[in-house]
Design a protein around this ligand. Structure first.
Ligand SMILES: [Zn+2]
Length: 191
């Protein structure tokens, strides 16, 4: 676009903006609009409060959990099968890259303040599988001890890994464990 055209367009756009702002002012003096705007403010406040509460709840959960840890066969990070806390969130250089209210942001903040230790398996696996097995186990035996969880988990993971099954059986096993039907992280190993 030529300079002259650009200047014309600039003037026109400025005028449009002015008109729009005048219309806004007129609307803003209307009672209903004012009530609507107050609701928007209130909504924003409540959403923020919920995000803050979720952060606090997660902190409490992570702190109260006696972690049972597996190693991820992809990436090598550690992850708790009970509360889902992972230690690969620290790879972000700065919290600015992760929204503070995202789960990763919350984990990152938590791990800056607290140690991440617990019962360690000596197994590398897909943490999603370990988590699914734990959830099933916990549903059947809600009072099971961490040591028993650890033992059961190691046996189950290695068993699944070494017993060959066809694709159909794998899919139905994934369904039973509430994993994606095309879940493929069945292999676990000692390290
Ligand atoms: Zn945990």
């Amino acid at each position: 676009m030529e300079l002259e055209d650009l200047l014309k367009k600039n003037k026109l756009t400025e005028k449009q903006l002015e008109r729009l702002q005048e219309l806004k002012k007129i609307l803003e003096s209307n009672d209903v609009v004012q009530r609507y705007m107050a609701l928007l403010d209130e909504e924003k406040k409540l959403r923020n409060e919920l995000l803050n509460l979720r952060r606090e709840i997660k902190f409490e959960e992570y702190e109260a959990c006696s972690h049972v840890l597996v190693y991820s066969s992809r990436g090598g990070h550690r992850e708790c099968v009970k509360c889902g806390l992972r230690d690969d969130v620290g790879v972000y250089n700065s919290i600015l890259e992760v929204p503070w209210h995202s789960i990763d942001g919350i984990m990152y903040e938590f791990l800056k303040m607290y140690d991440f230790s617990g019962l360690d398996t000596d197994i590398a696996c897909d943490p999603a599988l370990a988590h699914a097995i734990y959830k099933r186990l916990q549903a059947v035996h809600p009072k099971i001890s961490d040591e028993e969880i650890l033992k059961y988990l190691q046996n189950a993971l290695l068993h699944i890994s070494t017993i060959p099954v066809n694709e159909e059986r794998k899919q139905s096993r994934a369904r039973r464990l509430s994993l994606n039907p095309d879940f493929s992280g069945w292999d676990s190993r000692h390290f």
